[in-house]
Design a protein around this ligand. Structure first.
Ligand code: AMP
Ligand code: GLY
Length: 411
């Protein structure tokens, strides 16, 4: 038997907590910077740590080139370099790559400052809903979807002037609005090939019934009823593998998770976007269902010698996000979180910590908008859902809120 691998995970949210939970089954795990709710957290930066494998969770360090920096130190890294991370860092570049590679996606055009008239003329060619996206990273908030043409016109001005998103927003992508259920599909890539790594459904709006503003995600479930292996294989071969081929054609050796956000339209699956990392809170429902050795798989991908696709249990997982008062506009922080000891006694429930910190008096307090991810497991989605909601009923702090309809329509 070989010794357990030592794995460093970079990041500080619920996704990284879930990665630590699952990688920790077969590896010794350190998380940098992690948070007060994740065992093995350290303030020492990844560049100063030694390990057999480095796994980078969030997009920002990938876009900033952390994977390149670690590779230059001779480290084994799972996560794309800054060149591959442009897929998420620039929607305009991503859409141009889709076009060259023939990947099914919404019709679109890209505009810069001063092209307000051209942008409006392109809107004239589209039917509602109108979709406006800022080019750069905007923490999941850079997208406007509206049926109201006046609002779309106002959006053109706000995006192109930089008023909406500063420097991230002066390049604008306008897209044809697609209609259909959304699906998130995940793959593990080794630069040349890819294997599927689960699928999930996200609830992005803050309120029940998909009301209110977009968030980073208020809840997820996996598997997604009605999404079978044939559909996932079709997405792998028609979208994901051609994307890797196109990246390789640009000289980009993409080793990491690829998150394919799709809409299942009447004309078949169409790619809305890629993210260069696992979804958050999708990781919290997909990764715990893996029954094979995830650390070994990610190490094989980091080496460019991809192992077999992961295997999953037959059950389901549902994640409900507990958010702080004011999220997403202006979350209040510093509230003491209560009830976690009660949840710890429940079966088939895991709590992953996102925006939390220790207050110095032995309490965990809120430190962000999305605070806790409460995951229920069970033989099917309704059972997993009931367990997640039972658990979240024990958790409280002033102003805490969550959606009550996560996975409600999922069989
Ligand atoms: P994105 O950041 O590109 O995934 O967009 C965020 C959300 O906006 C998606 O999850 C969709 O709900 C919506 N959206 C994005 N692009 C489109 C589109 N072309 N048609 C309809 N809805 C879209
Ligand atoms: N939950 C959506 C994302 O991670 O971007």
């Amino acid at each position: 038997m070989s010794a357990r691998r030592r794995v460093v995970i970079v990041g500080s949210g619920g996704r990284e907590h879930a990665l630590a939970h699952v990688l920790g089954r077969t590896a010794d795990v350190v998380v940098t910077p992690g948070n007060a709710g994740i065992a093995g957290s350290t303030d020492t930066p990844a560049t100063e740590l030694e390990a057999d494998l480095f796994v980078i969770g969030p997009e920002q360090p990938l876009v900033d080139g952390l994977a390149d920096e670690l590779r230059a130190q001779g480290k084994r890294v799972f996560g794309p370099g800054a060149d591959g991370a442009r897929l998420e860092g620039s929607k305009a570049w991503m859409k141009a790559l889709f076009e060259r590679a023939g990947i099914p996606t919404a019709r679109h055009a890209t505009f810069g400052p001063g092209q307000e008239a051209e942008a409006r003329a392109f809107l004239d060619t589209l039917a509602p809903p109108y979709v406006l996206k800022t080019d750069g990273l905007a923490a999941g908030k850079g997208v406007l979807v509206t049926d109201d043409r006046a609002e779309a016109d106002a959006g053109v001005d706000a995006y192109l002037s930089g008023e909406a998103f500063g420097d991230a927003g002066t390049t604008l992508v306008i897209e044809e609005g697609l209609v259909g259920p959304e699906l998130s599909v995940f793959a593990v890539c080794d630069g040349t090939t890819a294997v599927l790594c689960g699928a999930a459904q996200d609830h992005k709006r803050v309120g029940d019934g998909d009301s209110g503003p977009n968030t980073g995600g208020m809840g997820t479930y996996s598997p997604v009823p009605g999404v079978d292996d044939a559909l996932l294989d079709d997405i792998l071969h028609r979208c994901i593998v051609p994307t890797l081929d196109a990246l390789r054609g640009e000289g980009i050796d993409y080793r990491g998770f690829l998150f394919c956000g799709l809409m299942l339209t009447a004309d078949g699956p169409k790619v809305l976007e890629y993210n260069v990392r696992f979804g958050d809170p999708e990781a919290q429902v997909v990764l715990p269902r893996i029954t094979s050795d995830l650390a070994a798989l990610l190490a094989s991908a980091a080496d460019g010698a991809l192992g077999d696709a992961p295997t999953f249990d037959d059950g389901a997982a549902v994640c409900v996000v507990a958010a702080s008062e004011g999220y997403p506009a202006s979350p209040r922080t510093g509230d003491v979180i209560e009830g976690l000891d009660e949840v710890a006694t429940l079966d088939d429930v895991a709590v992953f910590c996102a925006g939390v910190r220790a207050d110095g008096a032995g309490h965990l307090v809120t430190a962000g908008g999305r605070v806790l991810n409460v995951v229920g497991r069970g033989p099917d989605v309704p059972t997993a859902r009931a367990r997640a909601y039972d658990a979240i009923g024990h958790i409280r702090w002033p102003g805490m809120h969550h959606r009550s309809d996560i996975a409600a329509s999922a069989g």
